[in-house]
Design a protein around this ligand. Sequence first.
Ligand code: GLP
Length: 266
Amino acid sequence: MTAPLPARNLETPGGRVLVFANKADASVAAARQIASTIDAARTLRGKACIGLSTGATPTGVYRHLVELHRSDGLSFRDVSTFNLDEYYGVSPAEEHSYRYYMHQHLFAHVDLSPNRSHVLDGTTPEFAVDAHCAEYERWIELDGGLDLQLLGIGRNGHIGFNEPQSLDLAKALALRTHLIYLHPTTIEDGARDFGGDASLVPRQALTMGVATILAARSILILAFGAAKRPATMRALFEAPTMEIPASLIQTVRDRVVWIVDAEAID
Ligand code: GLP
């Protein structure tokens, strides 16, 4: 398939925005961006380190990455992956875990070594959470840092599970991997993965922090559909604030590309 071209290419305070006619084209473009980052990193330092996200948004991206692997020679042999977040209290074996999601959508279909795919462990006992989060940071560092972090945006403007809150900007920008309480909007949106029952959605999650995410050498953030438009517009154009965590991406705008569909932006 030839690479789809964006219908619009915008420079915004939040970084460059490539607007595609629809989610399918945008997903192909995002997958190709990830594939070329992997190739470039492999050429530069013999390996690549990619941060991954979950949710409804990136499923088409993973589908196309699998296609590139099957028919276009894309290999994950020298690639390490680090997922953004995981529900707390959910075992990797459960189908609601993000580990399971990754297995279903990507890991089982490509030549990524099992010991190179990292997802935070939702079963970590509370007393060991800080150590587990610090270890996750250390693993990323040992792999040479993230070449690319793939992100979605929550309807409330969250990235990973960094939820909206009134927090001093400097403190927000210093957040590392940590345990959080989910925002009511996130619980409401998460219900669709729990048979529509919000009471079944975990109340806590482990997430890379804002600082962990923003340290990536490049950031690819996706926003698809009209429901994401208000948060996307605020993240792109309003002054950076932890009330809209995705707006903090403006602080590293030179390293950011937004890939959105026509419905997600005015
Ligand atoms: C989820 C994930 C995020 C994701 C976001 C958007 O809850 N924790 O990593 O980017 O919320 O989700 P969706 O793509 O399903 O709208």
